[in-house]
Design a protein around this ligand. Structure first.
Ligand code: FPP
Ligand code: MG
Length: 338
């Protein structure tokens, strides 16, 4: 990591340690930060790298970088209430530990803290970009709820959900960096497109991995999406391709909160039978190439290698889970991964 970015990240972590603690509560130890240390800090790094890539040399990117991490964690607290998530990052979620109301308010608390930081920086353009992002995040989540247990969810609706609930924040991180640096409109558009496409891939990967791996690898429960009635990309493609009796089986499992692990494995067998993972991989790989093309258009400086490496880290996560499927049929292997 570029030493300036490492320095920026340690300053961001200091702010998060302070803003992520809620003082004087009996339930939570005063020293317990609601934002766990040791995360990849993807979103703060995106803000910081975009700013520095566009030539920014001030200090406000630190506050914005901390604010997006606060927002991200707040959305996860809310998401775990909505999804009845029990395990995240390998530990019990706040809603399991202290109940839904506590988790929702803790999310609101982080949101408020993020706005304190954003307000301090007094940049109306960035404030407006973040406000748009908020409404996108909430809209994406509402749209997802609108299609709970809807076996006929179309792919364009899935993309709309993904682009709003996940890609919007990743896009906004890059746009914040560009705006801070006073980048021209063309650069801002390039950053926005790179962020949107990267964010879409991030969510697709998350949704595929939900079927392929569990707590010991992801820190989250396996098959959570199908148990919660979520029609994600693997499910949408599967019900399009499979036989009527298999579709009926899937329908009975969709939204079944107490679905057994063995039923989840029956779905995996169907995904294998219809080569759904291979199909997703091919589409994912094509979209990854789009992002690589966009990265090629960005004017570089000393921060470009870190920026490219971070985008690659975000996108490349999927390949270590899917490559085993590709060996079987000789499909093109993914770039630079095991
Ligand atoms: C995780 O999706 C959830 C999100 C990316 C966004 C959640 C957004 C909200 C709850 C609305 C906005 C919230 C606030 C506080 C204004 P997932 O369930 O697919 O991922 P997971 O597998 O990590 O749970
Ligand atoms: Mg969730």
């Amino acid at each position: 990591m570029h030493p300036k970015i490492a320095e920026d990240m340690s300053r961001v972590k200091e702010i998060l340690r302070e803003k992520g603690c809620i003082k004087d509560l009996d339930k939570v130890e005063e020293s317990e930060c609601l934002i766990p240390e040791g995360g990849k800090m993807i979103r703060p790094r995106l803000v910081t790298l975009a700013a520095r890539l566009c030539g920014y040399d001030g200090t406000a990117h630190i506050d914005y970088a901390a604010s997006v991490e606060l927002i991200h964690n707040a959305t996860l607290f809310h998401d775990d209430v909505i999804d009845s998530g029990e395990i995240r990052r390998g530990g019990k979620t706040l809603n399991v530990r202290f109940g839904n109301s506590f988790a929702l308010l803790a999310g609101d608390y982080l949101m408020a803290k993020s706005f304190c930081l954003i307000a301090k920086c007094e940049n109306p353009e960035i404030l407006s970009a973040i406000a748009d992002c908020f409404s996108d995040l909430v809209y994406g989540q509402l749209k997802e709820m609108d299609h709970d247990r809807d076996i006929d969810t179309p792919m364009d609706v899935y993309y709309k959900i993904t682009d709003n609930k996940t890609a919007s924040l990743i896009k906004t991180c890059l746009v914040i960096g560009g705006l801070l640096a006073g980048a021209d409109q063309q650069t801002l558009n390039l950053l926005a497109e790179t962020g949107s496409k990267t964010g879409r891939l991030f969510q697709i990967a998350d949704d595929v991995i939900d079927y392929l791996a569990g707590e010991n690898r992801t820190g989250k429960r396996r098959f959570h999406d199908v148990r919660e009635g979520k029609m994600t990309m693997p499910a949408i493609l599967l019900v399009r391709r499979c036989a009527p009796d298999e579709r009926e089986l899937f329908r009975t499992l969709l939204g079944k909160r107490d679905m057994a692990e063995s039923d989840g494995m029956r779905i995996v067998t169907l995904l294998e039978k219809y080569k759904i993972i291979n199909e997703i991989h091919a589409e994912y790989f094509r979209m990854h190439e789009d992002v690589t093309r966009l990265l090629g258009k960005i004017n570089g400086n000393e921060f470009l290698p870190d920026f490219k490496a971070l985008i690659d880290l975000i996108i490349g996560r999927l390949y270590s889970y899917t490559d085993k499927y590709l060996k079987d049929d000789g499909s093109e292997k993914s770039p630079g991964h095991e």
